[in-house]
Design a protein around this ligand. Structure first.
Ligand code: ASP
Length: 383
């Protein structure tokens, strides 16, 4: 049953450790033939949702692929020089937080009150230590704040003003809340609030907006794009395995556009959007309410412990049976102790990428995409 669902949605099995891109659509997952041992491995996502080829211009498509490639390169450099999985996760996430293309840090989704509130979590699989923050408003890099919570306090989860205060005390860079706000996200907020019949909050001073579409055609296009972009989520997540065999994970998000009442999603909740132990690490993206109810990240690692269950089967069981069955949408990146990385999603797309000591970088956007080789590896690909 579940396999039929997986095949129908074109989920990819990406077997890390295979020298050349060896992506295949799922049926019952097959083991990669003679996989080379993996020293280190990294996988990332930049959000999942309605990402159809017809919706992205070639320029947008290229911009996302470039951003994903750049993020992979940063994390890979840390791991290749023997750095820890935690350092790789933090460095990669920081870069993605700064990129306005993603819904994390600058360019994050804006709440109904016109402010950005950020959620993040980090977890060290080697000892199951974790740090998380929610409702952060002035800390430029929430992932680094989550790490400070984990490493320098006796707590796991801090929220709101207290979290930002810890960031100040630890010397983490502070910014005005308006620094996170981009014109594109503001237009998105206006669209969502208008559709919901809610009042528009005052616009931050100095935010120059692109002109509103004048024709009804362009207006319809904006509405369409907004719905599409909004449902793309854009949360960022990183899983890594270092050369000492340790797993780590990090996730950062601005949540959902137009969110209200102090809403917190799954991303900072340990076990829901973020989880790592000695044998399995998961970062999720999607409508957080469903991921919370299913504790998706921990559930996948639990499934993976069943004898005879592949990592892909574990991920697909939770995403295609449980999440889809509940009416939720989104995707995950999953890594095991061997550095094998898999993706599972029930949406049209998920910005994602993967690289390891044994396989070149690849980035992918659409659900059915099988080959995302980057740079020289792409040039060498047989046509
Ligand atoms: N999972 C995030 C949340 O619900 C949103 C996302 O993945 O884009 O807050």
């Amino acid at each position: 049953m579940i396999w039929r669902a997986a095949v129908a949605t074109g989920v990819l099995v990406l077997a890390c450790g295979v020298g050349v891109a060896a992506a295949q659509t799922t049926g019952p997952a097959t083991a990669p033939a003679a996989a080379a041992p993996v020293t280190w491995s990294l996988a990332i996502h930049g959000g999942a949702g309605v990402i159809e080829r017809s919706r992205l211009t070639p320029e947008q498509d290229q911009a996302y692929r470039a951003a994903l490639s750049e993020a992979l390169a940063v994390g890979a450099a840390v791991l290749a020089r023997g750095g820890s999985a935690l350092d790789a996760v933090e460095a990669t996430a920081r870069l993605m937080e700064d990129n306005p293309l993603f819904n994390a840090g600058r360019g994050a989704a804006i709440g109904a009150d016109g402010t950005v509130t950020l959620d993040a979590a980090i977890m060290d699989g080697s000892n199951q230590k974790a740090g998380a923050v929610a409702g952060v408003m002035t800390t430029r890099h929430p992932i680094s704040l989550a790490r400070q919570v984990m490493e320098t306090t006796r707590h796991v989860f801090l929220i709101g003003a207290g979290a930002d205060q810890l960031a100040r005390e630890r010397g983490l860079e502070q910014v005005e809340n308006s620094w996170f706000i981009t014109p594109r996200r503001w237009r998105m907020l206006e669209q969502v609030l208008t559709e919901d019949g809610l009042p528009l909050p005052p616009r931050p001073p100095g935010l120059d907006l692109p002109p509103r579409p004048t024709s009804s055609m362009a207006g319809a296009q904006l509405a369409e794009d907004t719905r599409s972009v909004e449902s793309r989520f854009g949360t960022i997540g990183v899983v890594a395995r270092d050369s000492a065999g340790r797993l780590a994970v990090g996730t950062t998000t601005g949540g959902l556009t137009g969110k209200r009442w102090g809403r917190v999603g799954d991303a900072p909740v340990i076990g829901a959007g973020t989880w790592a132990d000695r044998s399995c690490a998961v970062s999720a993206t999607g409508t957080g309410e469903y991921f919370l109810r299913l504790t998706v990240a921990r559930a996948i690692c639990f499934e993976a412990e069943r004898p005879g269950t592949s990592l892909q089967q574990a991920a697909d069981t939770v995403i295609h049976r449980d999440l889809t069955g509940m009416g939720g949408d989104g995707g995950v990146i999953v890594m095991n102790a061997a550095g094998e990385a898999v993706f599972s999603l029930n949406t049209e797309g998920m910005y994602r990428g993967q690289v390891s000591s044994a396989a070149p970088a690849r980035v992918m956007i659409y659900a059915d995409e099988a080959d995302g080789l980057v740079g020289t590896a792409a040039a060498a690909r047989p046509h």
